[in-house]
Design a protein around this ligand. Structure first.
Ligand SMILES: C[S@@+](CC[C@H](N)C(=O)[O-])C[C@H]1O[C@@H](n2cnc3c(N)ncnc32)[C@H](O)[C@@H]1O
Length: 340
């Protein structure tokens, strides 16, 4: 299978939308005051809840990857200054301090920073970790740092577009010899078999049938003919049921061909322009016999490799590919053939 993929940062959907539903939350925006208010209403508000932070803190694959990356490479952290972009509960900042960092700046846009401050103090690191409430774009630090650590990845890597903020932080606050944790990221796309497409078509048909009953009742009981809105409602439902990707946790056996690498990011070098769009020619041979191509799944991995002049001792990978055992809360993003 050959193809071209378009897309990239800024696509709708804050991470943490209910699995199984197509996320319809507007993207995080940058810039003007009105945009900032919209950011808080649409994107950041979810991160202000401990419930949501707990979901991320309970993701074993995610936690183990960051934990191992930091502690198996503690040499990088000993005596160094660290910036944690989007510290949330403060977990990565505390681990950085435990690994021996001299100073950690833990920046968080939401008032989750208040919980982070408590957690830092309760774990005895208030003299090392300084929690700063504010957008990374707006805050100021007294010095440049040796390491930027961040967990910025959204669905299919770029869906939250938080990496834009990490790039801004890197360009302002990372020393020329600095290291990014993680250092590299990749996006993958693969042909899959799934019943999700059939389910979504059914969902769309049910919605249309339900609209018919609804308009009839509204006319009979309340004397208003809603028929004029039928086309708009169908268009809206079509977009929701058939034209948006959705979250799913796939088994490896559902991947019916060779995954294609559609984007590679070097976190030390990537520019805002590099991550504004993904445009990639690719080949995805379907290798399973007697199968049905039902759609495509996208996922990502990130790597902790250190920097070219200071490689890690132990390279760690965090992958969100389909697997039989423990899955991640990112799952995979599925586009079904029902997309029209
Ligand atoms: C995916 S969570 C990770 C939280 C924590 N670092 C962890 O690993 O559990 C991302 C966090 O970054 C924060 N965030 C996103 N964009 C930000 C920005 N521009 N400035 C500061 N914080 C930001 C969010 O509010 C959220 O708490």
């Amino acid at each position: 299978m050959n193809g071209i993929v378009h897309g990239g940062g800024g696509a709708p959907g804050a991470r943490g939308s209910a699995p199984g539903a197509a996320a319809m939350v507007p993207p995080k925006t940058a810039g003007a005051a009105a945009d900032k208010a919209a950011d808080f209403a649409n994107y950041f508000c979810t991160y202000a809840f401990l419930y949501h932070q707990k979901e991320m803190l309970s993701d074993r694959v995610r936690m183990d990857a960051y934990y191992t990356a930091i502690f198996r490479n503690a040499r990088h952290f000993v005596g160094k200054t660290v910036l944690d972009v989007g510290t949330g509960s403060g977990i990565l900042a505390i681990w950085s301090a435990q690994a021996g960092a001299r100073k950690v700046y833990a920046v968080e846009a939401t008032n989750m920073s208040q919980h982070a401050k408590k957690l830092v103090a309760a774990n005895g690191f208030h003299d090392v970790v300084e929690v700063i409430e504010g957008s990374i774009e707006d805050i100021s630090l007294p010095e440049q740092v040796d390491i930027i650590i961040s967990e910025w990845m959204g669905y299919f890597l770029l869906r939250e577009s938080m990496f834009d903020s990490v790039i801004i932080a890197r360009d302002r606050w990372l020393k020329p010899t600095g290291i990014m944790y993680p250092s590299h990221a990749r996006m993958w796309l693969a042909p899959i078999k799934t019943r999700l497409g059939d389910q979504r078509v059914q969902e769309y048909q049910n919605a249309m049938a339900d609209w018919g009953c609804f308009t009839q009742k509204t006319s009979d009981y309340y004397g208003v003919d809603m028929g004029i809105l039928t086309t708009s409602y169908f268009e809206e439902q079509k977009k929701y049921c058939l034209q948006t990707s959705l979250w799913n946790s796939l088994y490896p056996s559902q991947v019916i061909g060779t995954p294609a690498l559609v984007k590679e990011i070097d976190c030390l070098k990537a520019t805002l322009k590099d991550v504004a769009s993904v445009f990639s020619p690719f080949k995805m041979p379907v290798t399973s016999q007697e199968t049905r191509l039902c759609g495509f799944a996208g996922w990502f991995d990130v790597h902790f490799k250190g920097s070219p002049h200071d490689l890690v001792d132990h390279e760690i990978e965090l992958t969100t590919a389909p697997r039989d055992d423990e899955t991640t809360h990112w799952g995979q993003q599925v586009c079904t053939n029902s997309l029209k």
